[in-house]
Design a protein around this ligand. Structure first.
Ligand code: GLN
Length: 569
């Protein structure tokens, strides 16, 4: 196994994840099999209990792992399916060491950070790196490891020590360290400053690791003398100083690396030149350029709770982007704080209320994404009602589907108090109820999580057609509540149809409104499996409907051909 470790210095938020996954893309384009590990030095065992307001979206894997959103970047960029163990946290490591300690596995020894915690980290990395993630047998050739945080943080110290030991045990040919850093430009002088990078490299070297490559983030391309200076003071050959300057979209980053021959230098370092082929990045180039030149746009109203922090819906945004690119449209997302749509806000914040409604009415389609808690729920219901009554394409994801059910129960069936027991546990009409798969008492294990099968009930429904006329679809889940199976027949009297159910027939997975051009609610999260070249069928269906573009169903979800015409109804 060859390891590529990516660390970060100077400041957080440098795009270390994008840099690391782009390195993976370039190596993959050279014919190598690539896997990845993300290390998060925080104490949470996983991202499941972390607030999207603070930490961005919780990404969900096939195996039900609730992980850092960077894993989503790796899955999308490398087109792999990762496991929960590919996200290592301090919490997971301590938990495993403490469990062993309680079992008496340390045979009376004093259990210490070094060597017990660091050994556990090293062993974890070595065993996870060989798990196949690309559908083929046997381990990958290269494992890209991203160390979260910034070098020098107290909490990442044990990981740095473990990685130093790993480097020592696998040797120079099998380990390559790329340090991502920032080259700022100071206003008056306009000079590219190397000092912060020098300091962070010195910090890294003090911990026993010398970077082989620098990946320098900058606004403009690095000047030759900046590179010379960095090389001289940071002990890195000029040819190994990579520059990731600002680009119009992130798909350019692998191209930028390729143009600087980063692949050659990395492959040479890892002694892989003889097995690699010249990088084939045709598709990436096409996609990056297509995106830069898009002119027509589609306005998408995104009505949610966490709209102040757009990373909270990162995968939804990416899935919209993938679908829009496939339809040659520029996504234009109008974020609407659901609470601004509510009647109360007409009195308390009339301007925000008016602006939110204006934005909603100007949009070509409406999306209500997943969420937890009752904040903004009334506003989401108003958005769903507006889309339903005005025949505006609507996609409700997880909470967005539950919202539709409550709204229809109230407005169409006259069950005024209909609700989810998540918001009102005494409702006389519990249309959405707690249906956990796991424990009913422990936070973090009460969810229905990961990949589950949905069977289409009717081959003629829009969703079955979008999913290539398939009989079933496997998508990822993350929820506790679901449509009350005892109320399904009453709910269907309103005209809505549950066109997708789980294998037991008790869990409602997809709803559609047959007399609406595109009104779909899904209990699962299709956004997690969307890929740049393989957009999610549901997002593509929504976009193609909103923009009145018609697409062959054989072309969905792979893009669309010149003569595409599809009547979805
Ligand atoms: N809060 C809802 C539930 O737990 C929806 C969850 C979600 O949207 N991910 O079922």
């Amino acid at each position: 196994m060859k390891y590529v470790l990516v660390t970060g210095g100077v400041v957080s938020g440098l795009g270390k994840g994008v840099t690391a996954s782009s390195i993976g893309v370039v190596l993959k384009a050279c014919g190598l099999r690539v896997t990845s590990i993300k290390i998060d030095p925080y104490l949470n065992t996983d991202a499941g209990t972390m607030s999207p307001f603070e930490h961005g979206e919780v990404f969900v894997l096939d195996d039900g792992g609730e992980v850092d959103l960077d894993l989503g970047n790796y899955e999308r960029f490398l087109d792999v399916t990762l496991t929960r163990d590919n996200n290592i946290t301090t919490g997971k490591i301590y938990q495993s060491v403490l469990e062993k300690e309680r079992k008496g596995d340390y045979l009376g020894k004093t259990v210490q950070v070094v060597p017990h915690i660091t050994d556990a980290m090293k062993n974890w990395i070595e065993s996870v790196s060989v798990i196949p993630v690309d559908g083929k047998d046997g381990p990958a050739d290269v494992c890209v490891i991203e160390l979260g945080g910034t070098v020098g943080d107290i909490e990442s110290m044990p990981f740095i020590e473990a990685l130093r030991q790993l480097f020592f045990s696998v040797g120079q040919d099998n380990f390559c360290l790329i340090h991502v850093s920032l080259i700022p430009v100071l206003g008056v002088v306009g000079e590219q400053k190397t000092k912060p990078t020098q300091h962070s490299v010195r910090e890294l070297r003090a911990l026993g690791l010398t970077p082989h490559f620098l990946a320098c983030r900058s606004a403009q391309p690095l000047l030759e003398n900046t590179k010379q200076k960095l090389s001289q003071f940071c002990h890195v050959p000029v040819g190994n100083i990579l520059n990731i300057h600002d680009v119009p979209n992130i798909w350019h980053v692998p191209l930028l690396l390729r143009n600087q021959n980063a692949h050659d230098a990395i492959l040479k370092h890892l002694d892989l030149l003889s097995v690699a082929i010249p990088p084939n990045l045709q598709e990436w180039t096409k996609r990056a350029e297509t995106f830069d030149n898009l002119t027509n746009s589609v306005r998408i109203a995104m009505v949610g709770k966490y709209v102040g922090m757009t990373d909270s819906y990162l995968s939804v945004v990416k899935a919209l982007l993938h679908a829009c690119i496939a339809c040659s449209l520029k996504p234009s997302i109008d974020w609407i704080a659901a609470s601004d749509l509510e009647d109360d806000s007409a009195n308390s914040t009339p301007e925000a209320h008016a602006a939110a409604w204006k934005t909603l009415k100007n949009a070509a389609c409406v999306l209500v994404p997943g969420g937890f808690g009752d904040r903004g729920v009334k506003g989401m219901m108003l958005a769903a009602k507006y889309a339903r009554e005005n025949k505006v394409p609507y996609l409700g994801i997880c909470l967005g589907m539950q919202i539709s059910v409550i709204e229809i129960a109230r407005s169409v069936l006259g069950l005024e108090k209909a609700n989810s027991t998540e918001f009102d546990d005494k409702t006389p009409n519990p249309v959405i109820i707690f249906m956990p798969e796991g424990s009913k008492t422990h936070m973090g294990s009460t969810m229905r999580l990961g990949c589950r099968r949905t069977l289409f009930q009717n081959p003629d429904c829009i969703t079955a057609k979008l999913y290539h006329n398939s009989e079933y679809v496997d998508e990822r889940h993350r929820h506790r509540y679901e449509v009350n199976p005892e109320m399904v027949s009453i709910l269907e009297e309103s005209g809505l149809k549950f066109v997708g159910k789980d294998e037991s027939g008790k869990r409602m997975e997809i709803l559609e409104l047959p007399d609406h051009p595109f009104y779909v609610g899904v209990q699962f999260h299709p956004e997690f499996k969307s890929r740049p070249g393989r957009p999610s069928a549901l997002f593509l269906g929504k976009i193609s409907n909103s923009s009145k573009i018609t697409v062959h169903d054989k072309c969905i979800p792979w893009g669309y051909c010149d003569g595409c015409v599809l009547a979805l109804d």
